[in-house]
Write a protein that binds this ligand. Structure first.
Ligand code: 5GP
Ligand code: MG
Length: 179
């Protein structure tokens, strides 16, 4: 176990790099089987998923493509609260098999928003591949087909995931130490 401090918080190793890579290989093998001959388009959700997307794609042996999208928050004029809009979708996804690549699914609201938006573009299929899933936090009914790992309701950083933009460069995954 090693500890790191980011700003005011302390984190402790919870998933070592070797375990992460093993689990990514397993999920990639499932995609290789399920998506053979379908030339899926990976749509990686920036920023958190960039390292996962790279390792996932390197473990895919079938023809596949990748593009990147982002969720931008803005204040809606007609509704209260923040609305999240999908930006950066430049590809024509009509009649294509789409795999949304996420770092972590927590409440599921982000993925729900992605599915709603992308669904209007008439893809052949919409699939979700997440590095991490917090099953106990999921508040919307979602079919997460590909989850490399399931974790408890703790806040984590590393392997692309940040705390105040820091910690994405950590090779292992770290969990917040509760004081
Ligand atoms: P959801 O919409 O599913 O509640 O939240 C998804 C987003 O919240 C993720 O894409 C991620 O950006 C952020 N998030 C949720 N849990 C964690 C966590 O434990 N650590 C970090 N760094 N981000 C998280
Ligand atoms: Mg994310």
């Amino acid at each position: 176990m090693s500890r790191v401090t980011i700003n005011d918080k302390t984190f402790e190793t919870s998933i070592p790099e070797a375990e992460i890579l093993k689990r990514i290989k397993e999920v990639a093998e499932r995609i290789n089987r399920d998506m053979a001959g379908k030339n899926p388009l990976l749509l990686a959700v920036l920023n958190g998923s960039f390292i996962f997307a790279a390792d996932l794609m390197r473990n895919l042996t079938i023809p596949c493509e990748i593009s990147f999208v982002k969720l931008a928050s803005y204040q809606g004029t007609t509704s209260t609260g923040t609305i999240k809009e999908v930006i950066g979708l430049n590809e024509d996804i009509r009649n294509r098999e789409i795999i949304i690549v996420e770092d972590i699914v927590d409440t599921g609201r982000t993925i729900e928003r992605m599915l709603d938006t992308l669904g209007t573009h008439c893809p052949a299929g919409l699939h979700v591949c997440t590095l991490l899933l917090k099953p106990d936090k999921l508040t919307v009914p979602l079919n997460i087909e590909y989850a490399a790992m399931e974790i408890p309701n703790d806040f984590i950083v590393g392997y692309g995931l940040d705390y105040n933009q820091q910690g994405r460069n950590l090779k292992d995954i770290y969990t917040l130490v509760k004081e």
